[in-house]
Design a protein around this ligand. Structure first.
Ligand code: SF4
Ligand code: SF4
Length: 467
C-alpha cells in the first residue's frame, strides 16, 4: 500500500466511524434455500382487515412482501420495524412510521427497557394515531437484571406496557432475552416459571389480551432447547432469534461456544412449525459496512444494491421467517429497506454461493461480536462500550489494525494511525482505559462478550509505543 493509499484508507476509516457502529464479520457457507413458501405480496391491505391505510406520501401501490402467521392467518410484513434505536424527536419518529405504514410495514417491535425506558411510550404515541387494526405491536417482559423479579413486579411491567402502548391487547408478547446468565435454565426458571409469571401470561393469552406468545433468545442454547422441549405445555406461537449470514454457522463469530448457530435455531423451529421473527439481520450494521474487497464482489453482481440489501434478502429468503426486524432511525435506510422488501427478490443459488465464498474470506476476522444494542449501558465508570467496540471493529474491517506480524515500518505506521483515530473518535473519559473491570456490564450483554477483557485488548492496541 502506498502512503497515499494508506492515508485515503485512514480518512475513509475515520469518516465511516461517523456512521456509528460496526460489528463482527465472519461468514459461513450455506446451502441453497428453498422457494418462498407461505409468502404473499400485496394483501388486500397492510394489516389484514378493514379499509386500506391512508397513504402518507401519495403512494397507494403497496408492493411489500407479507408472510401469513400460522394459526391466525394475519398478514405480517416481511420487513418489521425495530423501534429500539429511534430518533429523539417524536415528530421524526412519526415521519418514519408514517412512511413505513404507507408502504405496507405493519409490525412494530419495542420493549420496556429500550430507549432508557421511554421507547414503549414513544411507540404508543406514534402508533395510536392509527386505527388499532392497522398495525401489530410486539413488546417484551424485560425482567432481567442481577436480582430475580418477584411476580408482582413482573406483572406491573406487563401491565405498564398496555398503558405505554395505549392498547388493550398486545399482538406479539415475548419473554425477553432468554439464555443469559451463567446457568441459563436456572435463570429462565427464576425469571418466568418459579414466580408464576409464565403461567399468568398463558392465561392472558387465553383471555385474548396477548394474541401471540413467544420468546427472544440470546446466549446459552440450553434454555432455548428447554423451552422448545416443553412446547406441548407452552405452545409457542413464534420465537425471535438472531439470524444473518454471519451467525448462520458462526454464532458470535465462532467465539461463543455456548451459543448455537442460527442454522440450528432456525432448523429446530422450522421442524416444530414455529415461525421466526429475526433480529440483527445485518448484525448491528456490521454486514452493511463490509470492507472494500467484499463490497466490490457484491457490487459486481448487483451494482446498485448495498451490502445491507444482500443481508436482508438472505434473511427474507428463508420461508419460515415471519418478519425481519430492522432498527431504522434514518429515512434513507427505511426507504432502502422498503425497496428491498417490495417485493423481496429471494437469493438465487449462485448468490448464496457467492455469500458462502465471501463468508470464507471473512471467517478469520478478529472482530468483537458486539451488535451495538446498548443493553450494557450505562457503564457506571463512563466507558462507551459499544462505541469502543464499533471503533475496534471498523479498524479490523478496514484492515487498520496494528498487527505485530506486519513489517516493522508498516506496524509503526498502523499503530500511530490507530491511536490518532481512536483519540479523535472517543473522548478520554469514554475510552477503554476508563474500565476498572467491575464486571457490572457482563450479565447484561446478550452476546456474552467478555467486555472488560476486550477493553484490555483495546487498551493494549491504543498504548503508545515505547521509544
Ligand atoms: S467492566 Fe468496565 S466497561 Fe463494564 S461496567 Fe465495569 S467499568 Fe464499565
Ligand atoms: S450489550 Fe454486548 S452487544 Fe450490546 S452493546 Fe454492549 S457489548 Fe455490545
Amino acid at each position: 500500500m502506498t502512503p497515499k493509499e494508506h492515508d485515503m484508507n485512514r480518512r475513509e476509516f475515520i469518516r465511516r466511524l461517523g456512521f456509528g457502529s460496526a460489528s463482527a464479520l465472519t461468514l459461513m457457507a450455506m446451502g441453497p434455500l428453498s422457494a418462498l413458501a407461505n409468502s404473499v405480496s400485496q394483501p388486500t391491505h397492510p394489516a389484514g382487515s378493514g379499509a386500506p391505510l391512508p397513504p402518507a406520501d401519495g403512494q397507494t401501490d403497496i408492493k411489500m412482501t407479507y408472510r401469513r402467521q400460522n394459526g391466525s392467518g394475519e398478514n405480517i410484513s416481511l420487513l418489521g420495524f425495530g423501534m429500539m434505536r429511534l430518533p429523539r424527536e417524536q415528530a421524526e419518529v412519526d415521519r418514519l412510521v408514517d412512511y413505513a405504514i404507507a408502504h405496507g410495514v405493519n409490525y412494530f417491535d419495542t420493549a420496556p427497557m429500550y430507549g432508557g425506558g421511554r421507547n414503549e411510550a414513544v411507540t404508543g404515541q406514534t402508533l395510536s394515531r392509527y386505527p388499532r387494526d392497522k398495525y401489530y405491536v410486539a413488546t417484551k417482559l424485560s425482567n432481567q437484571g442481577q436480582q430475580l423479579w418477584p411476580f408482582e413486579r413482573s406483572k406491573e411491567m406487563y401491565e405498564n406496557s398496555f398503558r405505554q402502548l395505549r392498547v388493550d391487547y398486545i399482538d406479539y408478547y415475548l419473554l425477553h432475552s432468554i439464555g443469559g446468565g451463567s446457568d441459563s435454565i436456572e435463570n429462565l426458571k427464576g425469571r418466568f416459571i418459579n414466580n408464576g409469571m409464565l403461567e399468568f401470561l398463558l392465561k392472558e393469552r387465553e383471555a385474548g389480551r396477548i394474541r401471540h406468545l413467544g420468546f427472544s433468545y440470546h446466549g446459552d442454547v440450553k434454555a432455548f432447547d428447554w423451552l422448545l422441549d416443553h412446547n406441548d405445555q407452552y405452545h409457542w406461537d413464534f420465537v425471535q432469534i438472531q439470524m444473518n449470514y454471519l451467525d448462520w454457522r458462526h454464532a458470535g463469530g465462532g467465539r461463543r461456544r455456548a451459543d448455537a448457530d442460527a442454522e440450528y435455531l432456525y432448523g429446530k423451529l422450522e421442524k416444530l412449525g414455529i415461525q421466526c421473527v429475526i433480529m440483527e439481520p445485518i448484525r448491528g450494521g456490521g454486514l452493511a459496512r463490509v470492507n472494500e474487497d467484499i463490497e466490490k464482489q457484491l457490487r459486481a453482481v448487483h451494482p446498485d444494491d448495498s451490502p445491507a440489501t444482500w443481508g436482508f434478502r438472505w434473511v427474507g429468503s428463508h420461508p419460515n421467517v415471519l418478519t425481519t426486524l430492522s432498527g431504522m432511525n434514518r429515512m434513507e435506510h427505511l426507504e432502502e429497506n422498503v425497496r428491498t422488501f417490495s417485493p423481496l427478490q429471494p437469493c438465487t443459488d449462485a448468490e448464496n454461493e457467492l455469500l458462502a465464498r465471501i463468508a470464507d474470506q471473512m471467517a478469520g476476522f478478529p472482530t468483537i461480536g458486539c451488535t451495538t444494542c446498548g443493553y450494557c449501558m450505562p457503564c457506571p465508570y463512563g466507558v462507551d462500550i459499544p462505541g469502543n467496540f464499533a471503533f475496534y471493529n471498523e479498524a479490523v474491517t478496514n484492515k487498520m489494525l496494528p498487527l505485530p506480524e506486519t513489517t516493522a515500518a508498516d506496524y509503526a505506521q498502523r499503530k500511530d494511525a490507530f491511536i490518532k483515530a481512536y483519540r479523535d473518535a472517543i473522548s478520554a473519559e469514554k475510552r477503554a482505559t476508563t474500565c476498572v473491570d467491575c464486571g457490572q456490564c457482563l450479565p447484561k450483554c446478550p452476546q456474552s462478550i467478555r467486555i472488560p477483557n476486550q477493553m484490555s485488548r483495546i487498551v493494549e492496541l491504543a498504548r503508545k509505543r515505547r521509544a
